[in-house]
Design a protein around this ligand. Structure first.
Ligand SMILES: Nc1ncnc2c1ncn2[C@@H]1O[C@H](COP(=O)(O)OP(=O)(O)O)[C@@H](O)[C@H]1O
Ligand SMILES: [Mg+2]
Length: 405
């Protein structure tokens, strides 16, 4: 039954494990009377979006809940396009609920009815600059009036979220807005009115009443922590944080075996265990190994090939991580050299050990380690700096080994 979705989030019906996480998020979001805001933190490809798709599906069974799922990273564009896409997602979530709650009638008459509802909601809540259009075949789309000259996108940004409040109040709904890869909102801050985008977002949260709740989620864990939590941060206290961790051993083995089953191979607990030893409970990595493994193969060999073959899934992915994360970090090529230097030890190095190993002045190291930590590439455990991701560490180690032989 289970299909392969290497890279794409799992559709709800194929989500494995994660029952606890799904239940926790659903329960929080259903809490009556108060609006809850959750921040879901978890490194890239740990399974956040897959979990959120499941959460969305479950919440939508409730007649009174409208759910907007919006990936900020994927939809990023100049403000005009970005805000129009977000508004469309809000319209669609509302329309979906209206269709759900009304009995099936003739399509056209329903469309007009829904259109009127939307217009009324927007006018009664005085949502500035946002209205709706309906085409002759009944397709309802948002219309945002952008001024010709200098637009204050801040006001429009507020209006878009206010439209969710308007719809919620009009139809006695609760709106849950999921903003995936939330930290990417920062890309809007160079436009007029959006300079302090996270403060703006805070004011939205303070104004939206009890009818709209937010789930923000993101892979840039360190960055998101900073946005949400640092002393002067505007979003502090508004979000409860919830971390998505690696899967435990039991579920990881089951996960691996299910992928074997999907390939019509028999379960292989020994192989599954070996894969878990190599990459931990990281679904994407487990999947990549299971995808390439065949009866009789040595799991470690499969893993090594994935890391070194020119088209190996893990090699390509490691390169992607490095280019994405090092692009934002200031420090230049030395950052990669530091990662490589750290990679041959799974328990890492202290600063002085590292300074010695690399012949760099001790006082210069923090300047390089800080951006690596900010980019989630390095973590500090018990005074030691280590390459956080096990797969990436092995990728770098093998690379160094190949260079020095
Ligand atoms: N619980 C799960 N069941 C099935 N596949 C999963 C699960 N968790 C993650 N995956 C797979 O791992 C990959 C990464 O998952 P995704 O949800 O996109 O992670 P994230 O949003 O944290 O980056 C996808 O290919 C997805 O299909
Ligand atoms: Mg995701």
């Amino acid at each position: 039954m289970t299909k392969f979705y290497v890279g794409k989030p799992a559709p709800p019906e194929d989500l494995m494990d994660r029952k606890e996480e799904v239940k926790y998020i659903v329960t929080k979001m259903k809490s009556k009377g108060i609006s809850y805001n959750l921040a879901i933190l978890g490194y890239r490809r740990i399974g956040k979006t897959s979990i959120l798709f499941k959460v969305k599906e479950i919440l939508l069974n409730n007649e009174e809940i409208a759910v907007v799922y919006f990936d900020v990273k994927q939809n990023m564009a100049e403000p005009k396009t970005f805000l129009t896409r977000l508004e469309k997602a809000i319209f669609d979530a509302y329309l979906e609920k209206l269709r759900f709650s009304t009995k099936i009638g003739t399509k056209a008459s329903k469309a007009t009815e829904f259109f009127t509802k939307i217009r009324e909601a927007l006018t009664s809540k005085k949502v500035k600059s946002i209205s709706a259009d309906i085409s002759s075949n009944g397709i309802i789309l948002p219309k945002i009036e952008f001024e010709d000259k200098v637009t204050d996108y801040g006001t429009l940004f507020m209006s878009v979220f206010k439209s969710a409040t308007a719809f919620a109040e009009k139809s006695n709904l609760k709106f849950i807005i999921i903003l995936d890869e939330f930290q990417d909102l920062v890309n809007l801050d160079r436009y007029p009115g959006l300079k302090d985008i996270f403060s703006l977002f805070r004011s939205i949260i303070q104004q939206r009443g009890k009818t709209v709740s937010f789930i923000v989620s993101g892979s840039r864990v360190h960055m998101l922590q900073t946005i949400l939590g640092s002393g002067e941060s505007p979003l502090f206290v508004h979000f409860e944080r919830y971390a998505i961790q690696e899967m435990d051993k039991h579920n990881s083995l089951e996960f691996f075996n299910k992928y074997l089953a999907a390939k019509k191979l028999k379960s292989n607990n020994k192989g599954a265990e070996q894969a878990y030893e190599l990459v931990g409970g990281q679904p994407f990595y487990l999947m990549a190994i299971a995808e390439k493994w065949n009866t009789g193969d040595d799991v470690n060999m499969v893993f090594q090939n994935l890391l070194t073959d020119s088209l190996g899934t893990l090699k390509l992915y490691a390169e992607y991580i490095l280019s994405e994360d090092l692009a934002d970090a200031t420090g230049g090529p030395i950052l990669k050299t530091i990662l490589q230097a750290l990679s041959d030890n799974s328990t890492g190095y202290t600063v002085s050990e590292l300074a010695k190993k690399m012949s760099i002045a001790l006082t210069n190291l923090p300047r390089y380690l800080t951006p690596l930590i900010d980019a989630d590439l390095v973590t500090k455990i018990n005074g030691n700096y280590i390459v956080r991701d096990k797969m990436l560490r092995e990728y770098l180690r093998v690379q160094v080994e190949a260079l020095s032989s």
